[in-house]
Each structure stands twice: as C-alpha cells, then as structure tokens.
Design a protein around this ligand. Sequence first.
Ligand code: KG4
Ligand code: ZN
Length: 362
Amino acid sequence: MTVLAIETSCDETAVAVLRGDGSRRELLASEVASQVAAHEQYGGIVPEIASRNHLIHAPRLVDRAIKGAKIGLSEVDAFAATSGPGLASSLMIGASIAKGLAVGLVKRYLAINHLEGHLLSPFFGRNHESEIRQNVSLIVSGGHTMLILVRGLANYQLVGRTVDDAAGEAFDKVAKMLGLSYPGGPEIEKHARAGDPRRFDFPRSMLDSENFSFSGLKTAVRYLLPKIAVILSEVEQSRGITETTVRRSLSIPLRFTSVGAQNDLCASFQQAVIDVLVTKTIAAALKYHFDLVTMSGGVSCNHELRRQMREACTRKGIEFKSAEPWLCTDNAAMIAFAALLRLHAGFESQVTEEIDPNLALL
Ligand code: KG4
Ligand code: ZN
C-alpha cells in the first residue's frame, strides 16, 4: 500500500510518500519547505502569509515527492492530510489538495490528527521500524505540551496538558524577549550551551500536578530581564552603541551586563523547562506502571532535554525512545506513517470530513 501525505497545519509545507505492508515500511520521499524566513521578521507566524506560501509550495512538493519516489500518481492507494489541530487557513490548503487528488483519482482519503503524527513518530525512522508498543508519550511542540498513555493505535488516554503556554511557545516567547530570532527553541539551546543553568533560580510550576504551566516561568524571565539587561535608548542606538551579539533586524535592542548573563539566562530557563518535563514524565510512567517513555514534537529536538530524559529513564529502569531529530519538527513522513497504520487497521475518512483547528486527539 502506498500513501501520499500532505502536512500544512502551521508554517511548514510538507509532502511524503510512504509504502508499506503491515510490518515493513519504506519512505519513498519526504519533502519539507520551511517558511521560517517569511515569518522571522514578524517574530511569529502570520496566518495569511502561511496559507499563501502553502498554496505556492504544496503543488510543487507533491510533484517533487512523486518524482523522487519514482512512481506515478495513479500508483498511490490513499491520500492523507493533516486535518487539525492547526491554523484553519493553513490546514485547508493541504486537506483540499489531498481530497482533490483522492476524488480525481478515485482513491481513499485519510484525515490525520497532527498530534497523532507526532505521538507515533518515535516508532518510525530510517533506522528502526518497530511496532507500536504501550508507552507514556510526551508531546512537546510549539502548540502543545501533553502527556498521554498510549495503549495501541487510536487507544490514547490523556494524563496532563499545559493549562497555558506550550513548552515550545515559552521558548519562542522568551527568545523574542531576548531579541533572538524565531523559532526561539534552537536559539536558546545554542546560547544555553555556553551558560550556567544554576545562575538564575526560575520557578518549576505545578510539580505536584499532572498538568503543566509555563506562563509563570515566562513572567519570571520578564521580571529578571531589566536587572541584567538594558534596552538601549534611541540616542544610544544612534551613537552606534549596540550589542552585536543580540542584535537582529527588528529585534529589541538589548545590552546585557555581560554576554555571559544572556547565556546563563538561556541555560537557566531551559533547565527549568527540562526539570518540569522530565519530572512529570517519569512520575506518570511510575504511577501507571509503563516501562517505555517516548518523546516527540519540535522541543524534543533539544539535545539537553533528550539527554536528561534518557538519563532519568535509565535510572528508573524505563526504556526511552525519542523521534529521530529530522522527525521532531513538522513533517509529512509522520502523517504518512500514521495514515499507513490507520489504513492497515481499517480506518478511512470521508472527503466530506472538515478540517478542525481545535481537533482533539482523545
Ligand atoms: O512540532 P513543531 O515543529 O511545530 C508544532 O507542531 O508546534 O514545534 C515547533 C516548536 C517551536 O516552538 C520551536 O521553538 C521548538 O519547537 N523547538 C525547540 C528546538 N527546536 C525546535 N525548542 C527547544 N529546543 C530546540 N532545539
Ligand atoms: Zn507539530
């Protein structure tokens, strides 16, 4: 069975072609067109720019993926698209193209939940292709922070979720405060590498709950900032007194008391997020007696988070599996993988199925 999947839930346009039977899978093509440059100057995603770019990129990527897979469009058995959660105007583009192809070529259509794509991604990779096993899954992305008990495909139970900001959102917002570029996660990670994670004492919120909260942490950074950095006045700026290490086009002109202060702030912030994610994930695995922890989503690219989560799992005798780095941020391979598993399990969607910006996983 061959699946072509389209992912356009946010600001990445992606298309993948995956072939497989029940146990073996072969990724024939995976294309991603990033829009980071188009949104960077605004410090976040602008929905209309995102959907206009999807409209430009998606047809080209479908073409490239089909050529790369060395198959004809008619050889695709099912067309899949992310149907939510995400930006309505972005979701619409991918879903409409997939539905159009399914109707035109008289093939099956599958609407896939973006979060299920992330959730299953630790089980898919170029090097390991294992069966879905019972696991505690931590999804940490720009829009979501969730702990889920996975008992099998489509058998999910929510343990906890963020009550305010998602972990990735906190990285992005703090980065913006520091005048770093978007997306903020990789930038903060880069600065954190040279910093001292014990320098600033940030809050670890709601440690006794199964839910998460990151807005207090963000506020703590905001309160600390004036103590270790000054916003340069126009006069100072016009005199050319700028801090080159933190200056970017349209960013806040900040001068830290030292470059070390900025690195220490990034390291301390990152460690506060990691402590919360690791503590709650391990607590859930122990409480529900699960011997496998998986982690996915953009924030799970973070090397320090991966290292500390693996170490914490090992200490408790729990196996740990994270999505391969290329599968952590948004891509269509994970959507194709979820679609293929669902097809084999007998699921199918109607082309009348609508996109849903708030689509729930469970
Ligand atoms: O999964 P994803 O590509 O999109 C969503 O579905 O939200 O996640 C994007 C998020 C952004 O907030 C980005 O800052 C964060 O993942 N991110 C990271 C890292 N790489 C990406 N956060 C921390 N450390 C990283 N290395
Ligand atoms: Zn995502």
